[in-house]
Design a protein around this ligand. Structure first.
Ligand code: PLP
Length: 387
């Protein structure tokens, strides 16, 4: 009969996906539901990218691709990063880059340090790979960022990775060059710790942003940069992400990928190449649009009773403290609060506990102004004093 593997213990379909499914189920019942729950830009994939995909398919680019990615796409990624193609792996989404890296490097019980709040998948990917997530809560008072002394305290002989994400999902926090340097200096004493810097939201920064590669060149031999086209170019469904790291690390990740999926989709790689080499002006336009939405959402949230929200520096999520609002509604947890909001007002948002920091909720503002206004109105109505 069916039996789950031990490494699956505690691993379920992500809370974000569960919420989206609950919202879809309510919609199917005929309820009017607004979802501000997914991390997916509402902008369309740019037309020149779609045209490149058509052209590639028509030209016969429909066969297996090299495991590490097509030469043209790897070269374009390497050129943009100031490195060589041998240090690049193209995968089926940034998510697969993370999974490849963990499967290629973790032995049972190896530890991966992750400042929280962090993207829900980090801990589960580490667990699936047999590792142990070491989640370090970083509250709003410290800008949701890890301090060097906290990193130093968390490192043990079993530590294999530090996972950073700047700009962050779900807080939008950006580590400054100085903050990255301070973390790198701690790592200087711990050569066994590799660094995974997830920079997938880097084009969506509203204030100055620095790559870990630039801030800490001395870490290059143990640094993996994770990036992709999903968020910046509105290409979530094309499933193209990449890793940039030292060649032996990339080869090990390729060995994993070669047994799981092989090379990423041929047509999607042609599309990603067009995104990277085509007009980049759209990044500015979209960033400006997101910034305006950010300001609108943050102002509206701070006007609600029991809600406080600092403006995120990047990405497209607001991560307000909702403890006062929870109290108003008699909700015992952020998850209970989000469930109440979905049931009473038909608004889907994600509880902070999904990211390792309860007492908060995540609202994505990668939605149209109409959806944002509708969502915020609903939240306001739930929190308004009763009749
Ligand atoms: N990293 C972070 C921080 C994310 O938020 C996401 C998507 O939500 C990903 C990686 C994965 O992106 P991809 O669509 O390339 O798999």
């Amino acid at each position: 009969s069916f039996r789950r593997a031990e490494r699956m213990s505690g691993i379920e379909i992500s809370e974000i996906v569960q919420l989206s499914e609950a919202a879809a189920a309510l919609r199917a019942e005929g309820r009017d539901v607004v979802a501000l729950s997914t991390g997916e830009p509402d902008f369309p994939t740019p037309p020149h990218v779609i045209a490149a995909a058509h052209a590639a398919a028509a030209a016969g680019q429909t066969r297996y691709t090299p495991t590490l990615g097509t030469p043209a796409l790897r070269a374009a990624i390497a050129a943009a990063a100031g490195t060589v193609a041998g240090e690049v792996i193209v995968s089926t989404g940034a998510k697969q880059v993370l999974a490849n890296a963990m499967l290629a490097t973790l032995d049972p019980g190896d530890e991966v340090i992750m400042p929280a709040p962090c993207w829900t998948s980090y801990a589960d990917i580490v667990t699936l790979a047999g590792g142990r997530p070491v989640v370090l809560p970083c509250p709003a008072a410290q800008g949701f960022k890890l301090r060097p002394e906290e990193l130093a305290r968390a490192i043990t002989g079993r530590s294999r990775w530090l996972m950073l994400n700047s700009p962050s999902n779900p807080t939008g926090a950006i580590y400054s060059r100085e903050e990255l340097r301070a973390l790198a200096e701690v790592l200087a004493d711990h050569p066994q710790v590799m660094v995974l810097s997830d920079e997938i939201y880097r084009h969506l920064a509203f204030s100055p942003w620095t790559s870990m590669r630039e801030a800490a060149p001395e870490l290059t031999e143990r640094l993996l940069i994770v990036d992709g086209v999903s968020k910046a170019y509105s290409m979530t469904g094309w499933r193209i992400g990449w890793g940039i790291g030292p060649a032996p690390m990339i080869r090990a990740m390729g060995a994993v990928q070669g047994q799981v999926t092989s090379g990423a989709s041929s047509v999607s790689q042609a599309a990603a190449l067009a995104a990277l080499t085509g007009d980049q002006g759209l990044l500015d336009t979209r960033r400006a649009a997101l910034r305006a939405r950010r300001d609108r959402v943050v102002a509206a949230l701070n006007a609600l009773p029991g809600v406080t929200c600092a403006a995120p520096d990047g990405a497209f999520y607001a991560f307000p403290d909702i403890t006062g609002a929870m109290e108003r509604l008699g909700a015992e947890s952020d998850a209970a609060f989000c469930k109440l909001v979905l049931d009473r007002a038909g608004l889907a948002i994600v509880p902070g506990r999904a990211f390792g920091l309860p007492g908060h909720a995540r609202l994505s503002f990668a939605y149209s102004d109409a959806d944002l206004d509708a969502g915020l109105d609903r939240l306001s109505a739930v929190l308004a004093p009763g009749p």
